[in-house]
Design a protein around this ligand. Structure first.
Ligand code: PLP
Length: 391
């Protein structure tokens, strides 16, 4: 673990990542000693007289103790000062955009990003009078070329969805700050176990906690983490004003998932690197996208800023779209499905599934592309399944 990955918590003494994952924000319940935070399935709280809020809780959209436990935990894992939990990753993204942008502002978005993020910019945010440009964020010169006086935000996904592009977070933070803009990093693919963007200069970290943080394909959620107290307050104001908060049970499920994030990620990473090697050697595969492969153009930056390279692998078929669709239909251990980051392996066709909304845009994905979310099953079963599906 390098120094950057020694997590520092604003909630107590310095601890290692796995210790924080299990304990940050998770003090035993003061009333019962329960070692797991209870699910406070409650909407409102008895007040000590008019205006006399008890322990900071008055209404669960504004704050709920189970959600607070998750928010403190996620903040600690990202080495941040303030965490906020949402009903989905997109609700978290929406909150960032409404907090940081106003009409006539300009934002730079990556040329490879989750299709839903692109749809939020191109179909929703644009209608508020916000202009966006697309750039290859792996190339700082390409981003600089898109900067305007009105640029307020640079949005980055690293590794990106679905082609695992790598952006140098420290360099991009400098590009943004020199231009008077803020850098937002979607850290969903890496999770804070592999990479902590705030320690590299990012201003806001975004998560779809639906993915690795939850880790079991049983909850939809999102999170934001920041280091600036004032920005944290502004985001919390918008979180409460817009209202897309994480419910108590969903918060609890994400927390339960986070406790094993480190061990799960270790297995995701080792399985994915074996899968990437198999695919790279396969004659039907024309290209493999995995930042752990020395052939990946972002490999060196990934080595610098990540602990390991994650559980996502994408690849292209020499024979085109039909072959890609056939492979998606043929796997048996890899389940055909959207989403990612759960313990079970998933396969999908981004062009027709997760990234269908990018068709005809600068973010359109190749039609011969297949994306794998490599789970934590026995590696021999995963390799055998892909080998039989590829024929
Ligand atoms: N960011 C990334 C990288 C994603 O892959 C996703 C969903 O797939 C999201 C954000 C949106 O998250 P959610 O589906 O929880 O709204």
């Amino acid at each position: 673990m390098n120094e950057q990955q020694q997590s520092h918590s604003s909630h107590g003494p310095q601890h290692g990542f796995e210790t924080l994952a299990i304990h940050a924000g998770q003090e035993p319940d003061p009333h019962t000693g329960a070692v797991v935070p209870p699910i406070y399935q409650v909407s409102t709280y008895k007040q000590d007289g008019v205006g006399g809020m008890r322990n900071g809780y008055e209404y669960s959209r504004s704050a709920n103790p189970t959600r607070t436990a998750l928010e403190e935990n996620v903040a600690a894992l990202e080495s941040g000062r303030r965490g906020l939990a949402f009903a989905s990753g997109l609700a978290a993204e929406d909150c960032v955009l409404r907090t940081l942008l106003k009409p006539d502002d300009h934002v730079i978005i990556p040329d490879d990003a989750y299709g839903g993020t692109f749809r939020l910019f191109s179909k929703v945010v644009e209608r508020w009078g916000i202009e966006w440009s697309v750039a290859n964020t792996s190339d700082p010169a390409a981003v600089r070329a898109q900067l305007r006086d009105r640029t307020k935000l640079i949005w980055v996904e690293t590794p990106s969805n679905p082609v695992l592009g790598i952006t140098d977070i420290a360099v991009m933070a400098e590009v943004a700050h020199t231009a008077g803009a803020r850098l937002v990093v979607d850290n969903t693919f890496a999770s804070p176990y592999l990479q902590q963007p705030l320690t590299l200069g990012a201003d806001v970290v975004v998560h779809s906690t639906t993915k690795y943080m939850g880790g079991h394909s049983d909850v939809v959620g999102g999170a934001l983490v920041v280091n600036e107290d004032a920005l944290g307050e502004e985001l919390a104001f918008h979180q409460n004003s817009i209202g897309g908060v994480a419910g108590p049970f969903d918060s609890w499920l994400v927390m339960r998932g986070i406790k094993t994030l480190g061990v799960r990620m270790d297995r995701h990473c080792s399985n994915a690197s074996r899968v990437a090697e198999l695919l790279e050697a396969h004659p039907r595969v024309s290209q493999v996208y995995y930042p752990g492969l020395p052939s990946h153009p972002g490999h060196e930056v990934a080595v610098k800023q990540m602990r390991a390279f994650g559980g996502m692998v994408s690849f292209r078929l020499r024979e085109g779209e039909r072959a890609a669709l056939e492979v998606c239909d043929r796997t048996k251990v890899f389940t055909l499905g959207e989403s990612l980051g759960g313990v079970e392996s998933l396969i999908e066709h981004p062009g027709k599934m997760t990234h269908a909304s990018t068709e005809g845009s600068a973010l359109e994905v190749p039609s011969d592309l297949v994306r794998l979310s490599v789970g934590i099953e026995s590696i021999d079963d995963l390799l055998a399944d892909l080998a039989q599906a590829l024929g």
